[in-house]
Design a protein around this ligand. Structure first.
Ligand code: MEV
Length: 427
């Protein structure tokens, strides 16, 4: 038996599974049956998923849920979320309801420009390069015309091409910095195709093109979401004290990177869940968001908060390159349905909805952290995972859920209670 293989991608799905089972599964029968259990009986649907990537052998489920009662710019939304972490959707739903009676969320798209770069090495005189660039600039744009035709007809396309001298950072390094408006598509394929057409036209003997690729750093594709209310409406008791604690928590995330990363991770719990549910690229969004968090030379919070004249305001400013057409958005049936649940937003509206999901998540986390702590709520939501791990049956789950509504949830406490219950039932 060999744990390496040639021509794996050419194997049938059955052959791939058998090869894996022969080489890696401790219990072949069980492993194969787990893989097959997650395959869809609808052949066309399974084939669609098989063809998203190479070497598909099954599907990996994560829960798909919805957090209702979000009011965004006066309009109600139920926000679909795909995520495995127990407390995220519960937190989003609670916060949505909370702010729905306090004016809801207000949002604004600041800008929607995306960037692609052609990185190249050039050892000649800068003036010659600059003259060459300006002499071909029009042609560079012309070279993309077949690709940009539809986008231009809808009002998008290439906004500009700049020549940048980066030799201060790296000897001989220059770039063409290309800005794009990709309207309702995230635009990765569009941007990369344009860049390759431009670099083809731009290349010549003394220009050594290293690579042409979009940037997932999108500081000019920016959205802001905000909530505000009188401090007295924020907490039932000691509102001013807790509002100040909340603001201290945000300030801490602004000065302390260890905290900022966790703070922003909580924001991304909400953001990524919606990005994934709408068939968008959550790795691109996460990379861009975390990079933006370092824009002042230090990793900081993506949210901010203040109290002014008795009014508490909490907001997020985040770059989000997402689409509502192209990619998987219309191809994955659940992504399509997510967009329908969101009332078929355009990309600008989707940016605003996603920013709200991030802000809501951060609000929930900070509110819990600065009052009761997060473990109480988190472990309550995690109870079902513990019960499933311990293979509790429906009846046992019912009894223990009721029991732990009044008690602190820990793995040990649940295991002991289940053991006791089973012992009592036997006697
Ligand atoms: C857990 O997934 C996210 C939190 O740690 C975020 C935070 O600490 O702000 C609760």
């Amino acid at each position: 038996m060999s744990k390496t293989v040639n021509g794996f991608s050419k194997f049938s799905k059955e052959e791939k599974i058998n090869w894996l089972a022969d080489n890696f599964f401790s219990n072949k029968k069980q492993g194969i049956s787990t893989l097959k259990q997650y395959l869809n009986n609808d052949e066309a649907l399974q084939q669609l998923h098989d063809e998203f990537i190479e070497n598909t052998i099954s599907n990996f489920y994560i829960p798909y849920a919805v957090a209702p009662n979000f009011i965004i710019n006066g309009k109600p939304y139920a926000i679909p979320m795909a995520i495995e972490e127990s407390s995220v959707v519960a937190a989003a739903s609670l916060v949505a309801k909370f702010w729905s009676t306090r004016g809801g969320f207000n949002t604004e798209v600041i800008s929607t420009t995306k960037t692609g770069q052609i990185h190249f090495m050039y050892q000649g005189e800068y003036e010659n390069l600059r003259d060459y660039f300006y002499s071909v600039k029009e042609d560079l744009i012309k070279a993309t015309e077949p690709i940009t035709k539809n986008m231009r007809n809808r009002g998008g396309g290439i906004l500009d091409i700049l020549l940048k001298d980066k030799t201060g950072d790296l000897p001989y390094y220059y770039q063409l910095h290309v800005s794009f408006e990709t309207l309702d598509s995230m635009g990765a394929n569009f941007i990369n195709s344009c860049l390759e057409a431009i670099s083809e036209r731009f290349r010549k003997d003394d220009i050594n093109i290293t690579m042409s690729i979009l940037s997932n750093y999108v500081p000019d594709c920016l959205v802001v979401a905000e909530v505000s209310c009188p401090v007295v409406d924020l907490y039932k008791e000691n509102a001013e004290y807790y509002a100040n604690k909340f603001i201290d928590a945000v300030h801490i995330a602004n000065v302390e990177p260890y905290r900022a990363v966790t703070h922003n991770k909580g924001i991304m719990n909400g953001i990524d869940a919606v990005v994934l549910a709408t068939g968008n690229d959550f790795r691109a969004v996460a990379a861009g968001a975390h990079a933006y968090a370092t824009r002042r030379g230090k990793y900081q919070s993506l949210t901010n908060a203040r109290v002014r004249d008795g009014i508490f305001t909490f907001w997020i400013e985040i770059p989000l390159a997402v689409g509502t057409v192209g990619g998987l958005t219309k191809l994955h049936p659940l992504a399509r349905l997510s967009l329908e649940i969101l009332q078929n937003p355009n990309a600008r509206e989707l940016m605003q909805i996603i920013a709200v999901a991030g802000l809501a998540q951060n609000f929930a986390a900070i509110r819990a952290l600065t009052t009761t702590g997060i473990q109480k709520g988190h472990m309550k939501m995690h109870l079902m995972n513990i019960l499933n791990q311990l293979e509790a049956n429906v009846h046992e789950k019912e009894i223990l859920t009721e029991m732990f509504s009044q008690r602190d949830v820990t793995h040990n406490a649940v295991a002991e209670a289940l053991h006791e219950l089973r012992t009592n039932q036997q006697n």
